[in-house]
Design a protein around this ligand. Structure first.
Ligand code: GLU
Length: 480
C-alpha cells in the first residue's frame, strides 16, 4: 500500500496555523513512508471561496516548503463526478431525493424543539419498504440525501484519539447534493446549476476514495462528521474497501487558553511571514505543537520526516506560545546565511520605503546583528539606522552624552573624516581619541552609540560604525 495523504483547505481566507500544522503532519507522514501528498481545494462554499485565498494558500504552502505530488485539485471542477456518484447512490438505494423546502425544514425543527427533542431530519422523503411517498411538488428543486443506516454503530480507531464509536441513531440523513439558490447562481459555473453542488461530507468522501487517500489528518472539529463519512464511504466503495485511517488533531489554544482565533491575534501563516519568521522555524515550531520526538525541540525538516511515523501525537490541545516561537526563530536566524537574510531584510526595509542599496553591506549588517534578534523584522529595525536618521531619546542623551564628552567627540569626528573606512582604522581612531583625551572606552562609546545609532547598546562600536557610510557618521556626530 502506498501511503497517500492530503490537505484539503477551504479557500475562504488565509492558510490558518491549524491547517498549516495539519498540512505539515500529512506531508511529513507521506514523506516518511515514501508516499504521496495531495493538495485539494475544497471550494464548494461558493459564497465564501475566493481565488485570492487559493493563491494565498498555495503561496503559504510553498513558503513552508510543503511540496505536494498532486494538486491543487479543485472540487468545483469535479461537479460531474459528484453528480455521477450521487446518482449511483440513489440507484443503489443509499440516497434519495428530498423535496422539503427550507420553510418546511424550519417548521420541522421548531416542532421538534417544542417537543424537547433533538433537531434532525425526520425522514419524510426517505424511502422505506411499503411506505408511500407524497408526489413530488412542482417548482421545488430537490436535494439529495444520504440514507444513513438506521441502526448499528460506526467505529474507527483514530490515529490520535484511539477507538471512537458513534451510534447511527445519533445521526440523520444528511444532504449530500443541492442546487444553489437561484439568486446565488449568477457567478457559478453552468455545471453547478445543472448538476448541483455537493456538501462537504459528500465531496470529501468521493475525493478521498477517488484519490486513494489512505490517511486523513484533520482538525478535531471534524470528529462528528466522520461517522457520516464512513457510512458514505462504505456505500460508495463497499464494505470490503479499506477505509482511510482518520487522525483528529486537537485544537490549538491561544496563549490566553482560548481557541486561537483571528479576533485575538495573528492566525495566518502569511502574518508570520510578514512578521519576519523563517519558514524552517515555523515548521519546527508547528511540528512540536502537538507532536513530540523525545525531548527534541529543534530539528530539521529531514529529521522530522525521519521521525514522523504517526506516533506520539498529543491528545490534548496545544497552547500557542509566542515566546517559544520567537526562541525557535532566533535559533534559525542565527543559522541562516547572511546573503539570504540580506534579501529578507531588504524586503522588510522596502516595505518601510527604505532602499537598502548594495547587498554586501546588508549581509555584513545581518552578520553583526542577527544574534540579537528574534525575527527578520527586528533585524530590519536594527539595520534601518544605517539608512534613516535616528532620534536619540532625551534620557539617553542626558545619560550618555554629557557636555564634557564634546571635545573628545569632536576630535573623533576629525579623525574619522580622514581614516580609511574600515573596522581596523575606525578602531584605531577611537583608540587615539581615548589616549588624547585620557578617557576610557565606556565613557566614549555609549555617546557615539546614542548619537549615531540612537541607542546606548550595540555590538562592538568599530564594527557598527564600519557598516555606515562615513558621511552619515560624521553628520550624526556633529549634533552635539
Ligand atoms: N475543508 C475542510 C476544512 O478545511 C477539510 C476537512 C478535511 O480534511 O476533511 O476543514
Amino acid at each position: 500500500m502506498t501511503v497517500r495523504t492530503r490537505i484539503a483547505p477551504s479557500p475562504t481566507g488565509f492558510l490558518h496555523l491549524g491547517t498549516a500544522r495539519t498540512a505539515l503532519y500529512s506531508w511529513a507522514y507521506a514523506r516518511h513512508h515514501g508516499g504521496q501528498f495531495v493538495l485539494r481545494i475544497e471550494d464548494t462554499d461558493v459564497a465564501r471561496s475566493t481565488q485570492e485565498s487559493v493563491d494565498q494558500i498555495i503561496a503559504s504552502m510553498r513558503w513552508l516548503g510543503l511540496d505536494c505530488d498532486e494538486g491543487p485539485i479543485h472540487q468545483m471542477e469535479r461537479l460531474a463526478r459528484y453528480h455521477e456518484v450521487a446518482e449511483q447512490l440513489i440507484a443503489a438505494g443509499h440516497a434519495y431525493r428530498c423535496w422539503c423546502t427550507p420553510e418546511e425544514l424550519d417548521a420541522m425543527r421548531e416542532a421538534q424543539r417544542a417537543r424537547g427533542e433533538k433537531t434532525r431530519y425526520d425522514g419524510r422523503w426517505r424511502p422505506e419498504p411499503g411506505k408511500v411517498l407524497p408526489p413530488a411538488p412542482a417548482g421545488v428543486k430537490p436535494v439529495v440525501r444520504f440514507r444513513n443506516p438506521p441502526d448499528g454503530e460506526v467505529t474507527w480507531n483514530d490515529l490520535v484519539k484511539g477507538p471512537i464509536t458513534i451510534s447511527n441513531r445519533e445521526i440523520d440523513d444528511l444532504i449530500i447534493l443541492r442546487h444553489p439558490p437561484e439568486d446565488a447562481t449568477a457567478d457559478l459555473p453552468e455545471a453547478a446549476r445543472t448538476l448541483g453542488v455537493p456538501t462537504y461530507n459528500f465531496a470529501v468522501v468521493v475525493d478521498d476514495w477517488d484519490m486513494r487517500i489512505t490517511h486523513v489528518f484533520r482538525g478535531d472539529e471534524h470528529v462528528n462528521n466522520t461517522p457520516w463519512q464512513i457510512n458514505i464511504f462504505r456505500a460508495i466503495a463497499g464494505h470490503a474497501a479499506a477505509l482511510p485511517q482518520y487522525g483528529h488533531l486537537p485544537i490549538i489554544l491561544g496563549d490566553d487558553g482560548l481557541k486561537l482565533s483571528k479576533r485575538r491575534g495573528a492566525v495566518s501563516v502569511t502574518a508570520y511571514e510578514d512578521a519576519g519568521y523563517l519558514p524552517e522555524a515555523m515548521l519546527n515550531y508547528l511540528a512540536r505543537l502537538g507532536w513530540s520526538h523525545g525531548d527534541e525541540e529543534l530539528f530539521t525538516r529531514e529529521q522530522m520526516v525521519a521521525w514522523f511515523d504517526g506516533a506520539h501525537l498529543a491528545r490534548s490541545p496545544a497552547q500557542w506560545d509566542p515566546a517559544k516561537l520567537a526562541w525557535v526563530n532566533a535559533h534559525y536566524l542565527k543559522l541562516a546565511g547572511d546573503t539570504r537574510l540580506a534579501g529578507l531584510v531588504a524586503r522588510h526595509l522596502q516595505v518601510r520605503g527604505i532602499d537598502a542599496g548594495e547587498p554586501a553591506r546588508l549581509g555584513a549588517a545581518c552578520a553583526l546583528f542577527k544574534d540579537r534578534c528574534s525575527t527578520a523584522v527586528e533585524l530590519a529595525d536594527w539595520i534601518s539606522m544605517l539608512f534613516v536618521p535616528v532620534a536619540p531619546a532625551p534620557a539617553d542623551l542626558a545619560a550618555h552624552v554629557p557636555d564634557a564628552i564634546a571635545p573628545a567627540l569632536r576630535s573623533l569626528r576629525e579623525r574619522l573624516a580622514e581614516v580609511a573606512w574600515d573596522k581596523a582604522a575606525i578602531a584605531q581612531a577611537l583608540k587615539d581619541t581615548l589616549a588624547e583625551h585620557r578617557l576610557k572606552m565606556p565613557q566614549l562609546a555609549p555617546a557615539v552609540r546614542v548619537l549615531v545609532c540612537g541607542r546606548a547598546q550595540t555590538p562592538s562600536i568599530d564594527a557598527v560604525l564600519a557598516l555606515f557610510e562615513r558621511r552619515a557618521v560624521l553628520e550624526r556626530l556633529q549634533h552635539i
